[in-house]
Ligand binder design. Sequence first.
Ligand SMILES: [Zn+2]
Length: 226
Amino acid sequence: MRKVAIISDFDGTVSRRDVGHHFFGAFVPRRREWLALLDEWRLGLISSRECLEKELSLVRADRDDLDGFVDGEGLDPYFNDFVDFGERRGCELLIASDGLDYYIDRLLARSGLGHLDVRANRLVCDGPRLAAVEFPHYDKMNCTRCGNCKRSHLEELRRAGFAVVYVGNGYSDRCPAEHADLVFAKGELLDHCRERSIEHVAFENFRDVERVLTTRFILHSGNVSL
Ligand SMILES: [Zn+2]
């Protein structure tokens, strides 16, 4: 039995929708340019760092617009219960995102989860202006596709002796999913795991994750049999 750390993606995994993506979609007027940028990113021609920097330069919104947008978004309805479940068992919980800390912090705080550990790219505001994105976790794993390569957080926990469970749904979850001890996948990540024969458990929401962890992997007292 090993002590367990659970790392979860945020956009579309903890949150119901990809908040960052839909925010830019709503406030970038030059839509064709934005869609071309996303194609380049999906093809791996540019990193998410470059993509986010360009998206921020294209967006026509201020902090009030962002706050208003974020306040219309919501979390997986079972995520609060899942956090309780993990905390009661003494698991390490970490949110790792290649999106922006600003809306993650705001949404978590609104759900009473402001204490969670979050590693994400940093949105810098200058008064009402969305001024810049900083990348405090960039290039820790010689990875050119991520702004915040989630694998670096995974390896850090592994070195500390944890078995790492990874929960995600998208493109930026590929790096960590290839190295986790157990992967929960939906969406694009699920397709990727199937194509590459990466062992995984398909899930829809955090109630599924909780159920599988308790029934198949005997999770108790912060340990897991992986
Ligand atoms: Zn990476």
